[in-house]
Design a protein. Structure first.
Ligand code: PEP
Ligand code: MG
Length: 764
């Protein structure tokens, strides 16, 4: 852009619109009067363009709206040829209008013709118009259309004019949304959309979309009394800041958690003068307080849609969350009580494990997320809830609308929004086949997981919610190999007390009957945040930070309470527990000492006692993987948490959707590590289980048993397929073939493993 068109621009004969925010204000008040009088007038768009052109002293003003085929159709113009209306159509990737639409950002040009994206449309007669200002008409993160002003002269539109047009665009969005005629043709998305992401939990389901955080449009657009609106905005801002400050300084157990980071970021934004200034500015143009917040939020959502940089995305998410909070504040709504109808598919941009747990009783049919990888804790909660889930679906929340029909394919990592009839019937056929397979698999329930040459493999389930225990019988598992106790904490508003904890553990033990349950002591931190978690310094790398056993050891009071609850709940039975994220033998010993002192306390005061105690260490850090010999005589068993172990082994964040699937347990270094650990555990006479997600994947499970693992713990739905495999192999042959793969030159162990499986006649 040249600076020819700056204020006092060369060759411009156009007078300038009023300055100092007055442009938007004047436009808005005229627009308001127009809308009040002619709300359902079929010619209202013509009047709107005329009004904008006159107020902004533009030679042209045009409105393009999205039509059902997603293209942008010229709906009204002042200044271009009237014959072009209803004829000139731009695709998303066509022309400057298409550019504004696809980037969802305003575009200002002094000379539109020299822009590489300029597309000449002779029917419009736009030859004389050099300068161009286009802004998207946004609603719910979606571009409904584009409003453009043009001038003959090569002039530069300033920030204020762009702002004014953006405010108008917001009003236009609501005008379109409330229209019952052709204007709103492109409003409700009707086209089927297929999005590919990553499977987080297997299974097939269909249901209606339930948006986790729907963008609710403001009830009122215009301020009746601008001063009053400004006061309302200021009060809401004040209340918002106070509530964030209160959350940050809330008394109670001073714990850990990334939530502090998030809250700190909220506080920073909430006190940011430029954010406030934007909101106030919007109110001063004549918008209601809600509409002003919404106006700013739309921009952030649109920027988020286009942001590729992870850090920027995070910040935009934070800002959007904050703006949603502010809107709720203005609506007097505390945000609680969100319920999904039974059988719905929960759709969210991102969701933490604790928020997801709020839906544990909602009978969801599936979960679809824009962010989150297969190894994330949201994925683990989805598995615990037993519903198909797909993550990493870019653009999901703007394409899916509340109430849309959706198919979720947790096998292929795909979702279909508004599927066509043929898609739906082929999906139903797949569901029927899968139900049949399930029925066949369930016949294995009472059969042993024994190889053809008589090697027995013990299969356990991973659990964390009490209803998980119902699966024990359904799938015929030996017991619970990993009970994630932190779920109870994540689902509680306040820290569960001793009684609450011990009752919960007792209910789990009772439901398991005589089958063993291995409790993993609390593993919070990283992305696992409990609502009551308070003060914590910002951590650059929370997964590598102060989490799990590390913080438990730093909070012995809190940790001992959990140990006491576990001891009490196991009265007269075996208590099996293990510690997560042990990095050194000393940490294990320190944790064990706390447990011993709790046992002594219970003995001394004649309290309930388990009749047997088995204490294990989770092997989740490479450092502990190389210390197994040192645990001899100190631990009673080991359990390999491959989810964490692999993230640390490969230095690859398990929650990062972009890294999902990039590093493989079925690779030479990881398999060597797994083999070595199993050998060291045998030498130290320590029983060893694998309880990471890998244990439940067929090919990985085969590799693990070939490497000598005899105990695998997995999500309940994986038991039957793994059992079927185990029952089909000859261990001696499998172990020999897998060793040959490991020792051989094969570049891809995964492919070589597939050949091994095929050679054994297995269907993977
Ligand atoms: C693991 O890390 O493999 C594990 C089982 O623990 P979580 O997934 O709960 O971190
Ligand atoms: Mg772990």
């Amino acid at each position: 852009m040249t600076d020819r068109g700056r204020p006092g621009e060369k060759g411009s004969s156009s007078p300038r619109p009023p300055a100092g925010g007055g442009g938007a204000k004047l436009l808005l008040s005229r627009l308001r009067a127009l809308m009040a009088n002619q709300a359902q007038d079929p010619k209202r768009l013509e009047r709107v363009v005329e009004l904008i052109a006159n107020t902004m002293v533009a030679d042209v003003c045009s409105i393009y709206l999205r039509s059902e085929d997603e293209s942008l159709l010229l709906m009204a113009t002042q200044g271009l040829r009237p014959e072009a209306v209803g004829r000139t159509r731009m695709k998303e990737n066509e022309g400057l209008v298409g550019l504004v639409s696809s980037t969802a950002r305003p575009l200002r040009l002094t000379d539109a013709f020299s822009h590489p994206r300029f597309s000449y449309r002779p029917e419009t007669g736009e030859d004389p118009f050099h300068s161009f200002l286009g802004v998207p008409i946004l609603r719910g993160g979606r571009v409904l259309g584009v409003v453009v002003v043009q001038n003959r002269t090569e002039r530069a539109y300033d920030d204020e004019e762009a702002e004014a047009l953006q405010t108008v665009a917001m009003v236009l969005a609501e005008l379109v949304a409330s229209a019952a005629d052709t204007l709103s043709a492109g409003l409700r998305q009707t086209r089927p959309v297929e999005l590919r992401g990553r499977a987080m939990n297997e299974g097939l389901a269909s249901g209606v979309v339930h948006l986790y955080d729907p963008v609710v449009p403001p009830a009122r657009l215009f301020a009746a009394d601008p001063e009053l609106e400004e006061r309302r905005l200021n009060d809401a801002l004040e209340a918002l800041r106070n509530s964030i400050d209160a959350m940050l300084t809330r008394a109670g157990p001073v714990l850990f958690g990334e939530s502090r980071d998030v809250l700190e970021t909220y506080r920073l934004f909430a006190h940011d003068p430029s954010w406030e200034a934007r909101l106030v500015e919007a109110v001063r143009t004549g918008l209601s307080a809600e509409a002003a917040v919404d106006r700013v939020r739309r921009e952030h959502r649109a920027r988020l849609e286009n942001a590729r940089d992870g850090f920027l995305r995070e910040r935009l998410h934070d800002l959007e969350d904050l703006e949603n909070r502010l809107l709720r504040q203005l609506n007097g709504d505390d945000g609680g009580g969100r319920v999904a109808p039974p059988g719905a598919i929960l759709v969210a941009s991102r969701i933490g494990p604790a928020e997801l747990l709020e839906y544990r009783d909602a009978q969801l049919a599936g979960i679809a997320l824009e962010e989150a990888g297969a190894g994330s804790h949201a994925a683990i909660v989805a598995r615990a809830m037993g519903v198909p889930a797909v993550g990493g679906l870019t653009g999901l929340v703007t394409r899916a609308e509340d109430g849309d029909l959706m198919i979720i394919d947790g096998e292929g990592g795909v979702v279909h929004i508004r599927p066509e009839a043929e898609m739906m019937s082929s999906f139903q056929a797949r569901v029927a086949i899968s139900e049949q397979t399930q029925a066949e698999l369930s016949r294995l329930r009472d059969e042993p997981a024994r190889t053809t040459d008589g090697v027995e493999i013990d299969l356990y389930i991973n659990a964390g919610l009490s209803f998980d225990l119902d699966h024990l019988d359904a799938v015929g598992a030996k017991g619970v190999g990993l009970f994630r106790t932190e779920f109870q904490f994540m689902a509680s508003e306040t820290m569960p007390g001793l009684d609450e904890q011990s009752q919960f553990y007792k209910s789990v033990i009772d439901r398991a009957g005589d089958r063993p349950v291995t409790f993993r002591t609390i593993d919070l931190g990283g992305d696992k945040i409990a609502p009551f978690m308070g003060r914590r310094e910002r951590e650059e790398n929370p997964a590598l930070g102060w989490r799990a056993l590390r913080m438990a050891l730093d909070h012995p009071f809190f940790f001992r309470r959990q140990l006491r609850a576990l001891i009490r709940a196991s009265r007269g039975k075996t208590l099996r527990l293990m510690f997560p994220m042990v990095a050194t033998v000393e940490e294990f010993e320190a944790a064990r000492r706390l447990l011993d002192s709790e046992m002594e306390w219970a003995v001394k005061f004649g309290r309930d006692l388990p009749n047997r105690l088995q204490v294990g260490a989770m092997v989740e850090t490479p450092s502990l993987a190389f210390s197994i010999d040192q645990l001899k005589g100190k631990a009673d068993f080991l359990s390999v948490g491959t989810n964490d172990l692999m993230q640390f082994f490969f230095a690859a964040d398990r929650d990062n959707a972009r890294l999902a699937g990039r590093y493989d347990l079925l690779s030479r270094p990881a398999m060597r590590l797994m083999q070595r650990m199993r050998q060291r555990a045998d030498e130290a006479s320590l029983p060893i289980t694998v309880c990471g997600e890998a244990a439940g994947r067929p090919l990985e499970a085969l590799a693990l048993i070939a490497l000598g693992y005899r105990k695998l713990s997995m999500q309940a739905s994986r038991i039957a397929p793994v059992k079927l495999l185990v029952r089909s192999v000859d261990m001696a042959v499998l172990a020999r073939d897998v060793q040959a793969v490991l020792d051989g030159p094969a570049p891809s162990i995964r492919n070589a493993m597939l050949s091994v499986a095929a050679g054994l006649g297995l269907k993977i």
